[in-house]
Write a protein that binds this ligand. Sequence first.
Ligand SMILES: C[S@@+](CC[C@H](N)C(=O)[O-])C[C@H]1O[C@@H](n2cnc3c(N)ncnc32)[C@H](O)[C@@H]1O
Length: 245
Amino acid sequence: MTSTSSSAIPTELPAPQGQHREPLVAAMFNRIAPTYDCLNDVISFGMHRVWKRQAVKALHLKAGQTVLDVCTGTGDLLAYLAPAVGPSGKLIGVDVSADMLAVAQKRFGTVATLHHASALALPLASASVDAAMVSFGLRNVDDVPQAISEMARTLKPGGIMVSLDTTPDPWLPGYWWYFDTIMPLVGRFMSGDVGAYQYLSESSKRFAPPSQLALWFEESGLENVCAKRLAFGSVALIVGQKPAL
Ligand SMILES: C[S@@+](CC[C@H](N)C(=O)[O-])C[C@H]1O[C@@H](n2cnc3c(N)ncnc32)[C@H](O)[C@@H]1O
């Protein structure tokens, strides 16, 4: 995938609903792929690991199951999903950034099946996975309800789906100051990319609140939908289940 100049990206992203920014988003993640994991630890003070563990728990995975990770990136979440499904389970990752996927490929080899594809048109059969998850991914896609409905389509009856992401309305004082000033500086210093960590703030501010995500989960046919906020409301877990037959 080709890269675009970093200065062209940040303030124009993320896409207001209905616009097609996927190639720009993919190019941006291509640029930061080599430093993504390390920076994630630094800017979240390692907390993303705690949230990911909590999110994976909500999937109630069993050994031997097939689990889908949408917007898998470097496959960081797959590392938490793998022990839950065990060696007889199947891990599937999907992402639009070839360079993020290349890191995942190095990490997992043949243990995970990785698809270079969009969350808006998953290259998977309907009712083919036991559980589906997306972490810090939905806020990047051009059409969030479409991505949610694609994930729900791939779920087997009774399967659980979880989204873990930032929220636009945290309760933590100083949160946006940190996002708008410190994070872009650290991001720039570590990744050399001017725009990517400014984009993180912008995409979080424009993202749908948990109540809206929960509504989209329900509209995609899921039941028992609940939204839970973590980290002073700055991160939310949305959980839903496809009705059993
Ligand atoms: C912030 S990273 C999250 C990576 C990983 N899930 C994690 O939690 O560390 C967002 C990922 O979403 C991917 N992405 C953005 N838009 C996408 C789309 N429309 N379809 C699939 N992947 C997408 C990006 O390429 C990037 O790897």
